[in-house]
Design a protein around this ligand. Structure first.
Ligand code: GRF
Length: 204
């Protein structure tokens, strides 16, 4: 399926998805990289990689989230997009958009959900004195960072970690699990059914 990746900044997860999608037999085709910010660094990589890019600037919609999302949706339809990956996209999506794309919209979050929803996950994990941290790919539901889990990876928290060193350790794993999760959704192996992830052939 034609897949769009939404970014707001650096775009390292986007790069990982694009690179994975170039490997023979990968089931998703990255057709579009969309950003809400024209200055997102990841847009440069995407256009140099020959991928269509689009900017839909939320500031032009005067706080009207649904108008912003209708504009995004129009771009997706124009590009024939069937699947959306959020990758560091820093806008909360409304139930209108999330329901419209239900089962076709996935996100990566830098924590082991349901722990540490929201922002500053690495600092919060350190402050909580937990020993394991990590990342989660999940289907997006209207509740923030709350959807059914597709993939997770754990990393240890070690003596002397700062939010930055921990973030870097987690990011390595993000770049592994996000392409793997996208492949499962794009191939139809993993599906959202009645609010749960169903894996084809899994009878447990
Ligand atoms: C990643 O840690 C991702 O999990 C979070 O925002 C960060 C985006 O990084 N949602 P990048 O833009 O993919 O490099």
């Amino acid at each position: 399926p034609k897949t769009a990746i939404f970014i707001s900044g650096r775009g390292s997860n986007m790069v990982a998805l694009v690179e994975a999608a170039r490997t023979p037999g990968f089931p998703a085709d990255i057709a579009l990289v969309l950003s809400n910010r024209a200055d997102a660094a990841g847009l440069v990589y995407a256009s140099e990689a020959g991928i269509a890019t689009a900017v839909v600037d939320h500031k032009l919609f005067a706080g009207n989230r649904e108008a912003f999302e209708r504009a995004i949706d129009a771009v997706l339809v124009e590009h024939g997009v069937e699947l959306v990956c959020l990758a560091g996209f820093l806008r909360v999506l409304t139930p209108w958009f999330v329901n419209r794309w239900a089962g076709r919209l996935i996100n990566i979050h830098p924590s082991l959900l349901p722990a540490f929803r929201g922002l500053d996950t690495h600092a919060r994990a350190l402050a909580a004195n937990v020993r394991l941290h990590g990342c989660t790919v999940h289907f997006v539901t209207p509740e923030l960072d709350d959807g059914p889990v597709l993939a997770q990876a754990a990393v240890p928290i070690v003596e002397g970690d700062t939010p930055e060193t921990l973030a870097a350790r987690v990011l390595v794993q993000e770049h592994v699990i996000y392409p793997a999760a996208l492949a499962r959704v794009a191939s139809g192996q993993a599906k959202l059914v009645d609010g749960r992830v169903v894996i084809a052939g899994d009878t447990t």
